[in-house]
Design a protein around this ligand. Sequence first.
Ligand code: PLP
Ligand code: COI
Length: 353
Amino acid sequence: MEIKITKTQNPTELAEEGTLGFGKHFTDHMFIMDYEAGKGWHNARIVPFGYISLHPASTVLHYGAEIFEGLKAYRLADGSIQLFRPMENIRRMNDSADRMCLPKIDEQDFLQALCEFVKLEERFVPHSFGTSLYLRPYMFGNDETLGVHTVKRATFMIIGSPSGSYYAEGINPVKIMIENEDVRAVKGGTGAVKCGGNYAASNRAGEKASRVGYSQVLWLDGVHRKYIEEVGAMNVMFKIDGEIVTPMLTGSILPGITRKSCIEVLKSFGYKVNERLLSVDELIEALENGKLEEAWGTGTAAVVSPIGRFSYAGKEYDVNGGKIGEVTRKLYDTLTGIQWGKVEDTFNWTYKL
Ligand code: PLP
Ligand code: COI
C-alpha cells in the first residue's frame, strides 16, 4: 500500500513524561484512509494532526457506526521500539467490522499503517518505564444520508497519544463498583466487539461509581444480572481460595488481548486458570469469608491493575487489605517486563519496528 506523507510545519513540544496521564496529548500527525463500496480502501495518507470535517448527516453522527482498537508502542532501554501482539488487535478490529457491517482492512496494510505511523512519530514514544505511545486505530461509517443501512463509505484513522498510567492510582489498587441496574451487553449484541456505543451506554453507571469515589464499574451479565462479566476498560481475574478464575467468554465480553496473554503467563507460572461462569453471589461469599485473595483487571490501557475494594448493593468489601497481591504483582512484572523489553519474550509476542 502506498502511504502519502505530508509533514507538519508546526511540530509540537513534547509533554513532560512524568505528567502524561492517559489520552490527553497527541502526536503531530494522523493516518487516514477512505473507503467506498466498489472502490475499496484508498487514499492512504499521513497528514498533520487536526480537525476533520464531516457531512452533518454522516452515519457515525446518527447511528453510531464506529469501532476502534487500542495498542501501544513501547520504548526499550536500547532506544528501539516495539509493539505488543499487533496482529491480535488487527484481527479483532476486523471482527468488530464484521459485527458492525463496516469494511474490513487487509491485515498487512493495517500493520504497515501502524508501523509507518509510529516510525514517523518516533520522538513521541516516551522513555520512562510504564509510559508508551498509545495507538488508537478507529473506523466510522460516513455515508451522507439519513437512511439506516450498511454504509457505502467509511473512514479509517490512527492517532497516537503519549501516555502514562490509565488510572490516577497507577499500580496502586483501584476501587470498583459492581453495577446491578444498568447492563453493558447481552449475548447477540455488541459486547464482544470494540464499538463506541458500548462505552457511551456505560457512562451512566460509570458516573454513579465516580460520584462515590470508585474508578469504574464491574458489569454483571445482561440477562440474569448474576454472572460477573468485565470492567469498563478491562477484563477481570480473581484468586479465590487458591483458584485463579476469570469469566469465560460468553459472547458478551470483550476477548481482551491482555486477558489472553495473562492466562498464558499464569499457566507458565504453573497456575491453572479456570475460565468459567462466576456469580456475584460466589464473589461476595468469597469476600465475606476471606477467600477472595486477589482481584485484578487486565487491559492494554489498564495493563494489570490490582483491585483493592469492591462495592455491591451498598456494601463495601476490601480485597487483600487494599494492597496489591503476590500473583498480581508477579503478573504485572512479567507482562510489563516483556512489553518494555526487560524480560525475555519467550512467547514471541513482541513486534520490533
Ligand atoms: N474490556 C473492555 C470493555 C475494554 O475496553 C478493554 C480494553 O481494550 C478490555 C476489556 C481489555 O482488552 P485488551 O486487553 O485487548 O486491551
Ligand atoms: C484499551 O485498553 O486500549 C482500551 O481501549 C480501553 C479504553 C476504553 C480506554
